[in-house]
Design a protein around this ligand. Structure first.
Ligand code: SF4
Ligand code: SF4
Length: 319
């Protein structure tokens, strides 16, 4: 594949959005082989960079921002639109298409952000699925995750008519998919975890804002960590703290741990003992106040009842 080729189509990171009949029914492994080539001379070149839904992961945003040398708010405003991540109440962003319904980064010569193109663009035309297999509902310990790949063949994509042959492994390596998977893994796990809760549970507005901020604007998240009471609340290893001051990828990975801990109560981050003690004292104080209020309410009601009884017995005596 050449530098300015344009491999992608109408999918987002979490699944195929277009006609499922374009998904080939075979489960593929890393060693499965397929024929495909995308290059500027192919008849459909850049045809797939329009009418698409490209969800951006935090790593995609970081990479594109660096490529374009833009601050997060500027990048988000110019090139993205907000959306909820598939089947969740987690806010994220996707690429904002231009008036012609085309990706803002595509030109007749190909993708202008090719070295930093999003994960979804790298995957195409190979999809990956995680299948949670439960052989016997009674024996949940036997449940296991199975990962497999599949091919997407859309009629407009002529790349499948080319003779070049790849294994899935070679294709992924060529497209730089592995690094994306590694960088996206923990964030995807958060989204999948949230998805598994279903629509009954909803994230508070505060939690949604935090998720959006940490996922889309690392500069703001860094300020939140370094300049708020965050470090008074959480234990952070001094070496890790040094790394996240300077290194965006370290900060991004840290943000995933923070989100797991704050949204799902995992042990990814530890709250400081003194903070726990202060919180416990606050709760105790509130409980003591509530008990005191309940006592005085009880006494007031009791006095009211005694008065009413006394009035009643006075009236009866008069009769
Ligand atoms: S060959 Fe397929 S991926 Fe490449 S430009 Fe054409 S439609 Fe897009
Ligand atoms: S980012 Fe590049 S490869 Fe992806 S849709 Fe836009 S132009 Fe095409």
């Amino acid at each position: 594949m050449t530098e300015n080729a344009a491999p992608k189509s109408t999918k987002n990171l979490f699944g195929i959005e277009t006609n499922p009949s374009h998904v080939m029914p075979a489960k593929l492994s890393l060693d499965s082989r397929f024929k495909f080539r995308c290059y500027p001379g192919v008849g459909c070149f850049t045809a797939c960079c329009g009418n698409i839904n490209i969800t951006l992961t935090p790593f995609d945003i970081l990479r594109l921002r660096r490529h374009l040398n833009m601050a997060a708010p500027e990048f988000l405003h110019q090139y993205t639109v907000p959306q909820y991540l598939e089947k969740t109440d987690m806010p994220g962003v996707k690429i904002k298409l231009n008036e012609q319904g085309r990706c803002p980064f595509v030109t007749p010569d190909g993708c202008t952000v090719y070295p930093s193109r999003p994960t979804t663009c790298r995957y195409y035309p190979v999809g990956m699925a995680n299948f949670h297999e439960r052989p016997d509902d009674e024996k949940t310990e036997d449940a296991r995750d199975e990962q497999f790949f599949f091919l997407v063949k859309e009629p407009h994509c002529k790349g499948h008519e080319e003779a070049k042959e790849w294994s899935i492994r070679e294709w992924r390596e060529d497209q730089g998919v592995d690094i994306c998977d590694e960088m996206n893994r923990d964030w995807m796990a958060l989204v999948m975890r949230r998805k598994s809760f279903g629509i009954q549970a909803t994230l508070s507005e505060k939690a949604q804002r935090m998720f959006f901020m940490a996922s889309t604007d690392l500069d703001q998240f860094r300020r939140f960590v370094l300049e708020s009471s965050f470090l008074d609340t959480y234990e952070v290893d001094p070496e890790e703290l040094e790394r996240i001051r300077e290194d965006d990828v370290a900060l991004m990975k840290f943000s995933f741990r923070y989100l797991a801990s704050s949204l799902f109560g995992t042990n990814d981050l530890t709250i400081k003992q003194e903070k726990i003690k202060v919180k416990a004292a606050e709760i105790k104080k509130k409980q003591a106040e509530a008990e005191k209020n309940a006592d005085s309410t009880y006494e007031e009601l009791k006095a009211l009842r005694d008065n009413m009884l006394a009035e009643l017995s006075g009236k009866q005596k008069k009769r």
